[in-house]
Design a protein around this ligand. Structure first.
Ligand code: GLP
Length: 241
């Protein structure tokens, strides 16, 4: 068993270690989406940890969206993809963290001049060259989202550097974005979109626009995504002023 006790977990940050261990078990697909975790009491006993530690570790993973608690029924690996709004993660990272297999079908992966809309969104002058990606994004065989991205050519010199993950390619070039502005809107998906996403006509989706930036403020991407409304939850922690 992956969750075996090791002496190091007796340290004050035991809950963080446990949180990582449970995360690994989910990432490796050892506990599958929709399945239940052992109860807090059983986990605590099996790992000889306190229930407070176990509760804290599980609470953290619920916050991350990886686990869902159903009153009276227990703790489950989330079926919906619950995405904290405040984190700058990529599609690939979000899926891998859930033990799912991200992949993309490319409709376009090339170089072109910015469209007027992209030029305005990215504050670039007309004629600037960008790498443009248009992808259908899957978890295994299941389509989850459609994404169109534009990245200035000086930050991503060759579209083929993007094998599957844009952020992985940018990371390798030292150009991974550090912050982003994001807008989320409810939409009725169009006929071409519902066909690609294998949804019924008129299904709901979430349209997300992300503009992301390097530390020095240069824009790295303008991405327009359409996520399936029946599978994605976006969550955020709010604080009063
Ligand atoms: C999310 C964001 C996009 C970003 C993408 C990168 O879907 N909404 O703005 O471009 O992640 O994902 P990946 O690195 O898997 O291509």
């Amino acid at each position: 068993q992956r969750l075996q006790h090791d002496p190091a977990t007796r340290q004050p940050l035991a809950y963080m270690r446990l949180r990582r261990a449970i995360r690994n078990v989910i990432e490796n697909g050892e506990v599958q989406v929709g399945h239940a975790l052992p109860s807090e009491r059983d986990l605590a006993r099996a790992l000889t940890l306190s229930r407070v530690t176990v509760r804290k570790a599980i609470g953290g993973l619920v916050e991350d969206g990886l686990l869902t608690q159903r009153h009276g029924a227990g703790t489950f690996v989330s079926e919906r993809i619950v995405k904290p709004l405040s984190r700058m993660t990529s599609f690939t990272e979000d899926l891998r963290a859930r033990g799912l297999n991200p992949r993309s079908e490319f409709f376009e992966r090339g170089i072109g001049e910015v469209t007027p809309e992209e030029a305005m969104a990215m504050n670039l002058s007309p004629g600037t060259l960008v790498v443009r990606l248009h992808r259908l994004r899957y978890a295994g065989d299941e389509p989850l989202a459609i994404e169109r991205s534009a990245v200035p050519l000086d930050l991503l010199p060759d579209p083929n550097l993007v094998e599957d993950s844009l952020y992985e390619a940018l990371d390798k070039l030292g150009n991974r974005p550090l912050r982003a502005l994001q807008r989320l809107r409810a939409v009725v998906l169009g006929p071409a979109q519902t066909r690609l996403l294998r949804l019924g006509a008129g299904s709901a989706g979430l349209n997300i626009e992300r503009r992301s930036f390097l530390e020095d403020g240069r824009i790295v991407e303008f991405t327009c995504s359409w996520y399936r409304g029946d599978i994605y939850d976006f969550v955020a922690e709010l604080q009063s002023d």
